[in-house]
Design a protein around this ligand. Structure first.
Ligand code: UN1
Length: 460
């Protein structure tokens, strides 16, 4: 019998949201073959046709916004306000890349003899494989698929098993407005992912650093382009002149919103100088966050995705305590039958300890003291990841200096680490990312290759 994948609601694990057969390698290859056939026409169709189709896809998603938000709440436990925001973001992404399909598709250059026409044109790569995580079940598939499609590629999407239902519904919605085979979803887990990397023309991945590395290596072995967005261990640096209440509120949300399950979540708060007043404000802000049923309008912190994820958060907190850390709040399971865990703050931890180095991917944040700005910078950069960092200060010179010297892809001054702008480049340094940036105008660099064309006059 074919293996099944099953996606359960994290707030009510008895609720099986979808159960579907896991795609075999053969089925994945068949989907890629179909996509390849479809890509020929799609890639050579007038750009305006692709733009129109992507606008129609945006309409289809917008038309189902309420239903999709409810499905996101149910399947991955994202609080309803954030789920609605994610669907709205997905619609905006589709419209943004629909327009980009009509942007200039290359550049001209002066030719050697001054008479010939020398130009470089962007062309699709062919069929792109997308491997996406469960935590942004519609925005991430679309911020990869929309540019891929806009620039003339066909797409085969393999979502994380825990987000299969949202991906299946997305495919149903956009299938009606796109040519056959241009966007296909294959549900499955590692075998399907491997088969995809083994058969597509380029692969874009978001997920853990360990799997991302495997994807990059497998892609390199085949000589195809890869783009991997992996983890983060994101710091927020709080300088003594920062507004304590406002900063505490922003960091509490960035660390604990959606139970910290974002690669952009704040995992370390580095406080320069006397940490006591800020620590007190942060504990109060975290304890003030509404947690519980993600379908409740007020909820900011819902459950974590699985039982194993909850165990990982509790174990990380315990390990921190074992090495001298102090729990300021949380470190316990939450109420209810789902995978709830209380937002957890720990201080007195060593900057080199696992809680301050690894990506736990849950509502867990470490407070670290720093003697001065240089010390804070050293701690902030002293991890294997480099996705995003925040600095809270009114001192423009220090802000500018840190924005230069933080080893990250996104530096944010007086703004949360989480919440990215789809129209600007996104990606990190070190173990956080591999390959070209996603989103904004940068997306084209990955989803296209260029052909340099010389047209010289024939002898008359
Ligand atoms: C956001 O913070 O708005 O998987 C997006 C992730 C990131 C996306 C974060 N790639 O969490």
């Amino acid at each position: 019998m074919a293996q099944q994948i099953e996606s359960r609601s994290p707030q009510d694990p008895t609720d099986v949201v979808v159960s579907a057969p896991a795609a075999t390698s053969g089925q994945v290859r068949a989907a890629v073959d179909r996509a390849r056939v479809a890509s020929r026409e799609w890639g050579t169709a007038p750009a305006v046709q692709r733009a129109t189709a992507l606008h129609a896809a945006a309409d289809a998603v917008a038309g189902a916004a309420t239903e999709l938000a409810a499905l996101i709440v149910r399947e991955v436990g994202k609080p309803v306000g954030e789920s609605r925001g994610e669907v709205a973001r997905a619609v905006a992404i589709l419209r943004y890349f629909a327009q980009q399909a009509l942007d200039p598709d290359g550049e001209t250059y002066p030719s050697a003899d001054g008479r010939a026409l020398l130009l470089a044109r962007h062309r699709p790569r062919g069929t792109v494989g997308l491997i996406t995580p469960w935590n942004f079940p519609i925005a991430i598939p679309l911020w990869k698929a929309a540019p891929a499609l806009a620039f003339g590629n066909a797409v085969v999407l393999k979502p994380a098993p825990d987000a299969s239902a949202v991906a299946i519904r997305l495919e149903e919605l956009v299938r009606t407005v796109l040519p056959d085979g241009v966007l296909q979803v294959v549900t499955g887990s590692a075998e399907a992912g491997r088969a995809l990397v083994e058969s597509v023309d380029a692969v874009s991945f978001t997920g853990s650093a360990s799997v991302g590395r495997l994807v990059a290596v497998a892609a390199a072995a085949r000589g195809i382009a890869a783009q991997c967005e992996m983890g983060g261990q994101n710091p927020s640096i709080v300088l003594p002149d920062a507004d304590i209440e406002q900063t505490a509120a922003i960091i509490a949300n960035a660390a604990m919103g959606y139970a910290g399950q974002k690669c952009t979540a704040t995992s370390r708060v580095i406080v320069v100088g006397d940490a006591a007043p800020f620590t007190q404000a942060l504990v109060a802000a975290v304890e003030g966050l509404a947690s519980g049923d993600p379908a409740d309008e007020a909820t900011v912190v819902g459950p974590v995705i699985t039982e194993a994820a909850r165990a990982r958060v509790l174990e990380a907190a315990e390990a921190a305590v074992g090495s001298g850390g102090r729990v300021l709040t949380g470190a316990r399971s939450g109420d209810g039958d789902g995978w709830f865990v209380q937002p957890t703050l720990v201080d007195r931890v060593d900057a080199g300890s696992p809680i301050a180095q690894d990506e736990v991917f849950g509502p867990l944040c470490a407070l670290l003291p720093a003697t001065d700005v240089e010390d804070a910078l050293r701690i902030a950069n002293g991890v294997p990841y480099g996705l995003v960092a925040s600095v809270f200060t009114r001192d423009l010179n220090t802000a500018l200096d840190l924005a230069q010297r933080l080893d990250v892809g996104l530096a944010r001054i007086n703004a949360p680490t989480s919440g990215v702008d789809f129209h600007a480049p996104f990606g990190g340094e070190k173990d956080s990312s591999y390959g070209p940036r996603e989103q904004g105008k940068a997306a084209r660099d990955f989803y296209t290759s260029t052909r340099t064309i010389t047209i010289a006059p024939a002898a008359s």
